[in-house]
Design a protein around this ligand. Sequence first.
Ligand code: GLA
Length: 708
Amino acid sequence: MTAVLRPAGIGFDPGTRTWILHTPNTTYAFRLAGGRPAHVYWGAALTDAEVTSLPVRAESGARQRGSTSFEAPYDGTEEYAWDGGVRYGVPSLQVRFADGTRGLDLDLVGDEVAGDTSMIRLRDRHYPLEVTLRHRLRAGTDVIERSVTLANLGDAEEIEVLRLDSAAWSLPHREDYRLSHVIGMWGAETQLRRETAPAGETVFTSRRGITSHHANPWVMVDDGSATEEHGEVWSAALAWSGSWRMTVQRTPLNRLAVTTGFGHDGISWRLAPGESLETPVSAGTYTTGGFGAASRAWHTYVRGHVLPRPEEERPILYNSWEATFFDIDAGRQAALASRAAELGVELFVVDDGWFRPYKDDRAGLGDWRINPDVFPEGLTPLIEHVHGLGMAFGIWVEPEMVNPDSDLYRSRPGWVLHQPHRARTELRNQLVLNFGRDDVRAWAFEWLNRLVAPGVAFLKWDMNRTFSEAGWPDAPDPERLWIEHTRGVHQVMDRLRARNPGLRVESCSGGGGRLDLAILARTDQVWASDNTDAADRLRIQHGYTQLYPPGTLEAWVTDSPNTVTGRRTPLAFRFHVAMTGVLGLGGDLAAWTEAEREEAAELVALYKRIRPLVQHGRQYRLRPPCADGLSAVQFADRDVVVFGFRETPRMGFGVPPLPLAGLPREARYRDTRTGAVHEAGVLTHHGLALDLPRGEYASAVVHLERLD
Ligand code: GLA
């Protein structure tokens, strides 16, 4: 008898009390066993009969439960592990009841499958606490979204919540486990790391109040054998833009599980009687197609279920920051706008400085008054000039910040994060406004709404420092600010967009400090790094696109030598790197030669032709960035575009033909520049010859139009 695979959907097998989730290509299952939701399976598609025949993994383990008084055999295998009983792994849920009891003892009280979502409700056997676990399928993807709600059903006592993760993801047993994740710092975000998972607990986290430049809330796991295009890869991400924690535990029994949620370690939330607390979503997906397929699955999910306007093409913007820094004036902005328009730019963005009383970062944040020395007649003449050039107008804001030298701070010193008897440490001369407060949220919404009213189509929403002395002394539960600040930022963005449907938003936090699935649900693109050095950008963008789509990655072409690294690179190389994301321009166009401007205009025009492929197509990272050799990335839909980069030439090491990926076998293509015709079979099995110029930082782009 042949196995009958179910279409995507959620089923429940009452005999074994197993919930079975089928996505188009995968199956996921968990079961109620011994009073706890045990993880059963996550991998390639199985039939329901196959799933229900599976043992809960701990039961089939070599060391049975109770075999010694030192083991906790379920650790690392539970669908959601709470604190309590014989458990010594990382708890996904930890509370402290008013009488000091910490352990939970939960029992199933209800379950429901409604459309694409399953819900199971568990209640403590003694205390008035209810936990709802949700699993949701997302149409057309292999992604499963999970979240949890905790409710205090009592009417008298608070319950202190010490940890409430969105999900624990348990992996099947493999001989070995390897983790892929990103690390970084300001100017060097999203650097991909791939390393064996050590036994013990590995914590990826941000304690900074933002997603952070230093780690990003996702991880991919394979058994050490996956490649870019082959092999099993499990991955999980958290949709949260504040502090977060993701703990990978590899147990001595060689189980691997990942638990993740908002808040870093040590934050609590006092859940009042009648109150409930809902987590953000953690999403997970499995593929047999290697890291490339995992990334493409995430890109499809982000476009299909996360981004507010995924159907749009992102415009080519010009941003004046690197041209002028704080030294801006209306005439120079207008001149830059004219130059940008000549090159084919579609959106002109005025960066920091327009509201500053001095030409630095000491004052102005919080008051948001247009500087009359800079713009004597306000912003309107510049906006009209930009519109007259056929471009949209955008502007930089940093709503969560205040300079102590501001009227706002002088009149509302209590609005910032602070703790009694502690210094208010300034970073970049600024303090953080507490977006947990309703009055701060309302104030921010009002002035932003006023600012965008007269024809502002785009906001670059920046956030230029991390939290310190993060207190909220007059609140009954001050630590809530860690979660409520982020909720406040999301809420103001959501309200602003709802009120101004034409408004588009870029997320920025000193570059890529706020990049995550939750910010992408209310912004259109992310400023991936303040480092615009094209060679460094190859690495940053390689890490960025592991999870997030290239169509959200803003990348500017700036001047050479680069302002951050001092590196000199050819204009074409800078363009080609930026063209693998959302192309923007950011240099001092007034200083570009006529020849450079001509070349730039041609490359802008080329980008407009290939933009649908880069922003909406499938990305194949053909060869990773490397200092010494060829790196390449391909984007495909019906047509194909390929970018090749060689940073350092070496005598005797030519550029071999580059095999392309994902082409239909019967397709034929024409090179739009040379007219040469290529067969898909040859491109796939032999490769495409790339014509790279001589010298350092050489690059090429080939646009292939499908013929039949
Ligand atoms: C941050 C941003 C930059 C720029 C400056 C302005 O560093 O990442 O792109 O906007 O602020 O102060």
